[in-house]
Design a binder for this molecule. Structure first.
Ligand SMILES: Nc1ncnc2c1ncn2[C@@H]1O[C@H](COP(=O)(O)OP(=O)(O)OP(=O)(O)O)[C@@H](O)[C@H]1O
Ligand SMILES: [Mg+2]
Length: 252
């Protein structure tokens, strides 16, 4: 079941879906997501590294990753959001920050990272690494030993790292980096993601032994979704569609 044309998000929706512009209920759902993630993580982990992916394009991965990073920072954690979509990066554009340097530069030379340069003005605990120049070999870079070393180094500095990734059914990048992650969050968008696509994605993640921490239901406009029949080991729901916010939300 594809999303109908008239349900497609408009440009204005982007502004409404990001951190400080969120309505109260949506912010609360992201906080709940943060709490639920903490329950699924091993207790002794110093800096969880969490990937955010989905089955296809446009399900809300980047929106989820940005907002999740925001609520982590708001809770006092030093958080790093990395744009790991090295094919169609969008974090810098969405956040209106300079995207000229970022992850791909640091993978070439990790000594060149001036971490403080990547602190956001939104919250002093929130840092963002844009993608940087688009590389010819995203999958290999994400799976590389350099990536592992970079994440090890960054884990010493941050309390949490969130990586926005491309969709599983389109490219192998998310699976490629998964061996360096504490876990993966899977975003599913109501009235958009087809059942077969979701099943295919789930199968691929299982085959690759990816530790899926949970499922985020994006754009749910009531308490029930057609995915509610699915049995999923650990999952949580995220209700943040504009309609839901309008019906239930107060302004922040
Ligand atoms: N809950 C929501 N309500 C309304 N609009 C939303 C919601 N979540 C995401 N959007 C909008 O949907 C569009 C796609 O979202 P986003 O870029 O986060 O998806 P994505 O999965 O990262 O896409 P891609 O696969 O291209 O990277 C954006 O315009 C975003 O503002
Ligand atoms: Mg994205």
């Amino acid at each position: 079941m594809r999303i109908k044309k008239d349900n497609l998000p408009t440009k204005g929706d982007l502004r409404k879906t990001l951190h400080r512009n969120l309505k109260f209920n949506a912010t609360e759902q992201y906080k709940l997501l943060r709490t639920n993630i903490s329950f699924t993580l091993p207790e002794n982990i110093k800096c969880p590294i969490i990937g955010v992916t989905s089955s296809i394009r446009g399900e809300g991965k980047s929106t989820t990753a940005i907002n999740l990073a925001y609520v982590y920072a708001e809770s006092g954690k030093r958080v790093l959001l990395i744009d790991g979509d090295l094919r169609l990066p969008s974090v810098a554009k969405k956040m209106k920050i300079d995207g000229s340097t970022g992850l791909t530069n640091f993978l070439l030379d990790s000594n060149k990272i001036e971490i403080e340069k990547y602190r956001t003005e939104i919250n002093e605990k929130w840092y963002v690494f844009p993608c940087g120049p688009i590389p010819p070999n995203p999958s290999e870079l994400l799976a590389s030993r350099k990536m592992e070393k970079l994440l090890e180094m960054l884990s010493e500095y941050f309390d949490c790292i969130i990586i926005d990734l491309p969709p599983v059914n389109i490219v192998s990048d998310a699976v490629a980096i998964s061996k360096y992650l504490t876990g993966m969050i899977l975003v599913v968008r109501q009235n958009y993601t087809e059942k077969e696509e979701y099943e295919n994605c789930k199968r691929q993640l299982k085959l690759s032994n990816v530790n899926v921490l949970g499922l985020v239901m994006n754009g749910v406009n009531n308490g029930k979704s057609y995915y509610s029949n699915y049995k999923y080991k650990r999952y949580y729901k995220y209700y943040a569609s504009q309609e839901y916010q309008q019906n239930n939300g107060d302004e922040q």
